[in-house]
Design a protein around this ligand. Sequence first.
Ligand SMILES: Nc1ncnc2c1ncn2[C@@H]1O[C@H](COP(=O)(O)OP(=O)(O)OP(=O)(O)O)[C@@H](O)[C@H]1O
Ligand SMILES: [Mg+2]
Length: 512
Amino acid sequence: MPKLADDLRRWTESSRKRIDSVVMTPWEEQVGRVLHTGDGVATVSGLPEARLDELLVFESGARGMVVGLGETDIGCMMLSDPKGIVAGETVRGTTEVARVPVGDELLGRVVDPIGMPLDGGEVPACRDFAPIENPAPAIYDRALIERPLATGVLVVDAMIPIGRGQRELIIGDRGTGKTALAVDTIINQRSSDVICVYAAVGQKASSVARVIESVRHSGAPERCIFVVGEADALPGLQWLTPYAACTMAEHFTARGRDVLLVIDDLSKHAAVYREVSLLLRRPPGREAFPGDIFYIHSRLLERAARLSPERGGGSLTALPIAETQAGNISAFIPTNLISITDGQIYLDPTLFNEDQKPAVDVGRSVSRVGGKTQAPALKALAGSLKLEYAQFLELEVFTRFGTMVDERTRKKIEHGRRIRAVLAQNQFSPLSLGEQTALLAALSGRQLDDVPLDRIAEFRAALPRWLAEHAPEIADLDDRAPPITDEKLGQLRQVLAELADTFAAPDPEATE
Ligand SMILES: Nc1ncnc2c1ncn2[C@@H]1O[C@H](COP(=O)(O)OP(=O)(O)OP(=O)(O)O)[C@@H](O)[C@H]1O
Ligand SMILES: [Mg+2]
């Protein structure tokens, strides 16, 4: 019996010691509460230390991102299904910004902006994650843009060349071939080492499927990432898409690779942001867009750059797309984007309806950087093309009214029509640098003047084989090769004249 009492006493003592050793300190956690929710946004009270872009976790497991800080409440954009959320439930801050998976595992995949697969495959097994917002490279981390990014579209490569690391806006009305031009550029990268990231914002699923299908069919899909925020996805996810795509692209840029980022399109992105801002009752500004609409696009596009050799020498080229209403490029969002980017390619609905495709309006398009990067072989031949073409367009308008023209003017117009025919190009048929150089050489050497207009396309189709056989050094031309010497140019024109002869209309006098 005394043993039992002894045991009991010892046990009580040890328990008391253990209890005494527990230090009870207060523990602080900020908890907010949902005020109201709906339409893909939520308003939260509390969380005084929440920061912009911070990720919030709701009691029901849903996630959201802070987009507005009011005096008494926080505006939050939902990033996952908000269905179960009710007013009054608790919300916790994470002190982190949203992160997305990055890495080689994403190549060839179709993912949503948080890296979840949309192609029916497994979740990409990425080991690295990176924040969706990254500061743009500082000036001393950048290098001059020197190499061209070949689009394979002659009118762009010859007259509005784009450099690796540049930001060039593709702008035009609905259905003028904006996506087609960007997709052709992606497809042309099958013959380069450039990695392509296509960000679809607010697009119909069928349009995105068409883009993916064409790249899979004609391009190098194993070097592409498709980041899709469809039209029926949450506004938050649509908004996130270009930033997530940019982060995925930067992963490769930081490793010295050249990357092309297509954002299709920023008008829809702005509209989604306007929708979210209005729902969160932020004060509307011009065209009802919130005051920071310029900033959200500039901080995104500023991330495109060519990095200095110390930072690996990679580059991020951005091709944002913007839609205009009735050709109005001076509307709010188009002017914003034009002022942020290093030039724009304007696609004209009139040209498109006249079947001049790609419908690039050369007069209203400009590339403020790319001219210095154009492949020397092409640059030497493209110099006078823009001027000649502009003069022709003016003359053509003049002669439309049946004006009598002299022989010199008639020849100029005939030549201009050939320039136009050469610049017309079908989708999915990118031209190599050699083919582009040969076409420009034939134009400026007037070898095409005897080829009927409706046979120019045939001439172009026959060109690759003809060059491979008769001028192999032109067929394999590199964008860093020096300009072609006069002697070589003469030989090339001779070769082209022979090909042109096979298409030329028979001379009526000769047959008599
Ligand atoms: N170079 C071309 N040759 C032949 N057809 C073309 C060419 N470019 C575009 N098209 C055709 O024009 C149509 C519209 O093109 P696309 O969808 O690229 O335009 P968009 O400006 O992106 O339209 P949206 O404003 O609806 O996004 C498509 O059917 C496409 O096949
Ligand atoms: Mg489009």
